[in-house]
Design a binder for this molecule. Structure first.
Ligand SMILES: [Zn+2]
Length: 329
């Protein structure tokens, strides 16, 4: 544990972060307009997917961050899985109270209530308050950053520098009851604007304009990795759509520019319509589980060739410590 205070030499293997968005099965079903799960009472996310991720990370000697939907913590299966996540040395972070889509469109008071309640639920389950947040659908905004900063969160990791995302996100909300139709496309031009001009590397968000870097706030924003210039994500959802070769290109281009790697998986990546009897038309569900596990092992082996994967919490602590060391004399 004592290595926190060690000096970081410049030629040391760079650290990177790997996370899992543990989207609740309810939020996945909600997205497809379904209510009944019909999984024989088993929670596919916490009883199947999370243990599979834990096994994969264990095999590869990787420490990761699990963004959990806090309302899931009321279920015994989640409590058991979350304890296992912590026991294995990973981090449990906050993925909101119940994965409300169009998070940025909620009134500020509702955002506050969501974050305060979810923080408390995770604290009650883990014995320690979460220090990291990821907005459902990466729908981050100024108010959310302000609330997180005030609550003492160490970091947010929601920004995807992909200019098409705001439009894709809004278009997917059209069929969701919980999103007010009249406001779906509100702020769209602004979101496209800041997805183009926001930093690619971890930064302290400016007061009032979270997508700009400046001193002042304590919280860090750790953007998710995209292919530079194209702004294309290469997370697993995109690999299922465009082929596993996209990962090699994403990794190569990130390394070529000396950039930070912040890579994310989803709980649904470890589920499969065949072996788990899931009848949703979700990206990657039709691929066999063995095939996907092979693909993920390959991804992690490539990452480990060039980076040391750590939790986002420890990554951010490290950044702050380094900044202290690098202050001008
Ligand atoms: Zn999510």
């Amino acid at each position: 544990m004592g290595h926190k205070h060690k000096m970081v030499s410049p030629d040391k293997t760079p650290r990177c972060t790997i996370s899992v968005d543990v989207d609740s099965i309810d939020s996945v079903l909600k997205f497809y307009g379904k209510k009944e799960s019909g999984f024989n009472g088993k929670d596919p996310v916490y009883e199947l997917a999370v243990p599979r991720f834990l096994k994969l990370f264990d095999e590869r000697g990787i420490k990761a961050t699990f963004f959990v939907v806090a309302s899931d913590c009321r279920k015994p299966a989640t409590q058991k899985a979350v304890r296992e996540i912590i026991l294995k040395g990973h981090e449990v972070a906050n993925h909101s109270l119940d994965h409300r889509f169009a998070f940025s469109l909620m009134p500020k008071s509702e955002k506050y209530k969501d974050i305060a309640e979810s923080t408390q639920l995770i604290k009650d389950t883990c014995g320690e308050a979460p220090v990291g947040f990821r907005v459902p659908g990466y729908d981050v905004d100024e108010e959310t950053i302000e609330i997180l900063d005030r609550m003492g969160y160490s970091y947010d990791s929601s920004l995807y520098k992909f200019p098409a995302y705001p439009l894709m996100r809004r278009a997917s909300y059209v069929n969701l009851d919980e999103v007010p139709k009249s406001r779906i496309f509100k702020n769209l031009p602004a979101e496209v604007f800041y997805s183009i001009f926001s930093p690619m590397e971890p930064y302290t968000p400016s007061q009032g304009r979270f997508w700009r870097k400046s001193a002042g706030r304590k919280i860090l924003e750790v953007p998710l990795s995209v292919v530079p210039f194209l702004g294309m994500p290469f997370n697993t959802t995109f690999l299922f759509l465009m082929g596993p070769g996209l990962f090699d290109f994403g990794l190569w281009s990130t390394r070529a520019r000396g950039g930070n790697l912040n890579y994310n998986f989803h709980s649904t990546d470890m589920l499969s319509s065949g072996s788990d009897k899931l009848s949703l038309n979700h990206p990657g569900f039709r691929l066999g589980l063995e095939r996907k596990e092979e693909m993920f092992r390959d991804i992690l082996d490539k990452v480990k060739r060039y980076y040391e994967p750590v939790t986002l919490r420890s990554f951010c602590d490290g950044l702050r410590a380094q900044n202290m060391l690098r202050r001008p004399v």
